[in-house]
Design a protein around this ligand. Sequence first.
Ligand code: SF4
Length: 421
Amino acid sequence: MKKPELLMPAGSLEKLKYAFAFGADAVYAGVPYFSLRARENDFRIEELKEGLDFAHKYGKKLYLTANIFARNVKINSFYKHLDEWAELKPDALIMSDPGLIGIVRERHPQIPIHLSVQANCMNYESVRFWEKAGIERVILSRELKSTEIQEIHKRVPNMELESFVHGAICIAYSGRCLLSHYMSHRDANQGVCDNSCRYKYNIYEKSVSQDKEYYLEDQREAGQFYRIDEDEHGTYIMNAKDLRLIDHLKEVVESGVCSLKVEGRTKSTYYVAMVARAYRKAIDDLCAGKEFDANLLSDLDKVSNRGYHSGFMINGPSQESQNYSETTRFYTQKFGGLVVDAPSAVPDTVAIEVRNKIVRGETIELIAPKGNSYFTVGDIYNDKGELLDAVHGGTGTFYFSMPDKPEPFTLLSQPEVLANA
Ligand code: SF4
C-alpha cells in the first residue's frame, strides 16, 4: 500500500511547527483575506514565508488555502496577493472559485492547485472537468461514501484525491450553508461563519387547525423564532458530531485517497499535536500491515470534540451522528502549557508557557512526539526567581523544576473528566 499523506491544519506558525513535530507530512494554512478562516488566522505574508521555509527545511509541504468565493470587489486585490504568494513558492494553492482558479492558471501556471472541499466535487465527471482545467488534486466532498470514491478513482486514475478523515463536520453540505449568514449576518462562504448550528435552541410546538407547527428559538436571541419542518428522515437540527475515521483508514486509502486531511485551523496547538500523533501512528501501522491500535481512540478522546461518528464515508450518517443534547465539547484532558526554549533566571529549571492553571502537587501528563510520561509539579518560579504555588493560563512563561529535561515540542496535559464525557 502506498503511504498516504497526513495533512494537518495550522491556524498559526506555532501550530504548524507542532503539526510537523508530531508527524504531519503536510500542513495547510490560510492566506490573508482569501481563506475561509478569516477570523482565526494568524498568517500574514511574513508568517507564510517562515512556515514554508520551516516546512521545506524538514522535507515537508505547506499548502496555502485561498478558497473564498470572491465578490467583484476582491478581484483586483487578488492579483496583487497572488503575485506575493507565488514568490513564496507554495507547494499548492487550495481554491474553490473557478474565476480565481483561471487567474492562477494563466498568471502562475507553475503553482499546483488543489480544489477545495468548498467546491463540492462529488462525482467522476466533475473530477474530469477539473482535471481538464489543470487541477492537480481534488479534495472530495465530505458527503461521499468510500464506494463512490473508489469509482471516481477508477474512472479518473491520474487525479490525486484528498479526503477529510477527522474534525468538525457541517450539518449542511460543505460550502452550501447559509445559516450563519441568515441568523447572524456572518457569511460562512466569506470565511466568517459563527457556528450557528452549534448553539442551543428551544423547540416550540404550536397547533394550527388539525396540524402542528414547530419553531426553534435561538437562545442567543430570545423571541427570535424560526419555523422548522420535518420529513420522513426527521429534522436536521443541528449539531453534528465530529468526524473520526482513524479506525477506518484502510477503507479510505483502498478507495484511492492519497491524502488524509484533518479539519481544525481554529483548534489548539494541543489538539493539532495529539491528532497528528494519533493519525501518524495509525497510518504507519496500516502501511506496516499491523492491526489498528485501539488506544488511539482514547488519545482522540483527550482533545475537544462533540462526540464522534464516521460521517458519510463508511455507513452513512444516522441519528447517532447528531449531538442533539449539548453544544459543549467533550474531552478528557486539558492543555496545560508547552515547553519552550527560553533562557531561565533559575538554574536547572524548564521554561513552560502556561495555557491553563497549574498548581504545585498536581500530576501532569507530558505529551511528546515520541510518547507520554508523567510528573508531579514541584517548584515553580517566575522570571524574578520567586517561588509560586500556582500559575494561571495566559500569564506567560514560568520555570518548573523537573526530574528530566523534556524533548523539544513537549506539551503539558491535565486530566479533566467532564460529566458527559
Ligand atoms: S453554521 Fe454550521 S453548518 Fe453552517 S457553515 Fe457554519 S459550521 Fe457549517
